[in-house]
Design a protein around this ligand. Structure first.
Ligand code: FE2
Ligand code: FE2
Length: 139
């Protein structure tokens, strides 16, 4: 995917707080990749991965609360996607701890970025725009 690249405005959904969280998670993944490449010791790499897990947990809670408030009909399957990614970050942590390889990181990057941000999240934007326009006007 777009590893080694910067966050681009076309990745944005047009919902300020959500976009900022996506961008921070994207940057955390780049930092993890950089840490793997530098062969940082586990206490450094592991710390970044724990921070990623915390950021994701918070991000998913915010999104789920927003979608619930809006009455989003696809909430249950969207939640499943979030659970899949939390499982994915636990697997990523285990694999990085064991081998320090970037293979699983690339897979996670794609799953998180392409599937979650560009596909699954983009699917709720129109609904939110109609049902909860004030969420989209948040700077
Ligand atoms: Fe998201
Ligand atoms: Fe989501």
């Amino acid at each position: 995917m777009t590893r080694k690249s910067n966050w681009k405005s076309e990745f944005s959904l047009g919902i300020g707080p959500i976009d900022r969280q996506h961008q921070q998670i994207f940057e955390r993944l780049l930092a993890i990749e950089n840490s793997v490449e530098k062969r940082d010791p586990w206490h450094i790499l592991g710390f970044l991965v724990r921070e990623l897990a915390d950021q994701l947990k918070f991000h998913f809670a915010v999104e789920e609360a927003l979608l619930e408030l809006a009455g989003y009909p696809g909430l249950a399957s969207h939640d499943d996607g979030h659970r899949r990614l939390m499982k994915g970050v636990a697997e990523l942590e285990a694999s990085l701890r064991k081998q320090g390889g970037t293979g699983d990181l690339a897979v996670f990057f794609e799953d998180w970025f392409l599937r979650h941000v560009l596909h699954e999240d983009r699917a709720y934007v129109e609904f939110l725009r109609e049902r909860l326009p004030q969420a989209l006007n948040t700077p």
